[in-house]
Design a protein. Structure first.
Length: 307
């Protein structure tokens, strides 16, 4: 099956919401037209060449994160409305976050099928609930690697998380959380783990380094987020066999310790350091991206290739 795969070129998108989106589809045996779209207000000539590709002969169109890419799709694909292939939207965010709201009317007519990471959105807009998955070719355990980082957090440290960290600190005792957060610079916001080459940020190499870092961590801690969705770091850290300490998740996950509030978070970190086994096999069985795509193909009614 020939699939046009639109995805965000943002370094802050999870791997399977960005380049990994294409990798998994190719691994499943599909011919993929990759269309990386920058989530910015302007695009360079080089980016235009990467976006503007013929897709009229595709059998399926899937957009990863249409809430971020809608502007450029409408700009570079004026024929969008006459494309015969089924058009699928797989959103990244809750439609109501603590810091923003999305208007479903902006997307309803653009797509034939809507897949939401927030179960409440799926019910409200009569779509399908589909949480994020992970790429087991990128994130996996390695017993040969020494876990020399006891406790860590990697990700965006916005005000809500900073406040939670302040509340958490008095309860940690002598436990130190190694925090790697994105930082502001003259180049904008730089991801916590990043590799740059002559073309700028190299997302693939950055994700490979992130995966290597997860494999060094014993206990990975996530702080409360702004939306009610399963975020990439949760699955990626679990798949890498970290012990995960996290707030309540929108899906049931094996191998993690759930906390309620700062005091309980500190208690769960201490419990994890005392030795709680994870279950990366269970994470793979239930949350691999291949399974997510199979749900999309089944709903849309398109066929899988013969592998």
């Amino acid at each position: 099956m020939k699939i046009a795969a639109f995805y965000s070129d943002s370094p802050f998108a999870g791997w399977v919401q960005a380049e990994g989106f294409v990798d998994v589809l190719k691994r499943m045996g599909h011919e993929v037209v990759p269309i990386p779209v920058p989530p910015t207000n302007t695009v360079t000539a080089k980016q235009v060449a990467r976006i503007n590709k013929p897709i009229m002969d595709c059998d399926l169109v899937i957009v990863s994160g249409p809430e971020w890419l809608r502007k450029w799709i409408k700009t570079f694909y004026p024929e969008w409305g006459v494309i015969k292939a089924p058009k699928v939207a797989w959103y990244h965010e809750s439609f109501v976050r603590e810091d923003m709201k999305l208007d479903y009317a902006n997307f309803e007519g653009m797509f034939d099928f809507h897949f939401f990471p927030d179960k409440d959105d799926a019910e409200k807009y009569k779509g399908e609930w589909l949480p994020l998955g992970f790429d087991y070719n990128m994130f996996y355990p390695d017993d040969e690697v020494k876990r020399d980082i006891d406790v860590a957090f990697i990700g965006l440290m916005y005000p809500k998380r900073a406040r939670f960290l302040q509340e958490l600190q008095p309860h940690l005792g002598d436990i130190k959380i190694d925090i790697r957060a994105a930082v502001n610079s003259e180049r904008g916001i730089i991801p916590a783990i990043a590799v740059y080459d002559f073309d700028g940020l190299n997302v693939r190499k950055s994700m490979q380094l992130l995966a290597e870092t997860y494999r060094r961590i014993k206990v990975f801690v996530t702080f409360p987020s702004l939306s009610n969705v399963l975020v990439a770091k949760v699955l990626e850290s679990l798949a890498s066999d970290c012990v995960l300490v996290a707030p309540k998740q929108p899906v049931k996950l094996a191998g993690h310790l759930e906390y309620d509030g700062a005091y309980d978070c500190a208690a769960k970190i201490k419990q994890a350091l005392d030795g709680i086994a994870t279950n990366s096999k269970q994470v793979f069985m239930e949350n691999a991206m291949e399974l997510r795509f199979e749900q999309i193909f089944s709903k849309v009614g398109v066929c899988q290739p013969s592998l």
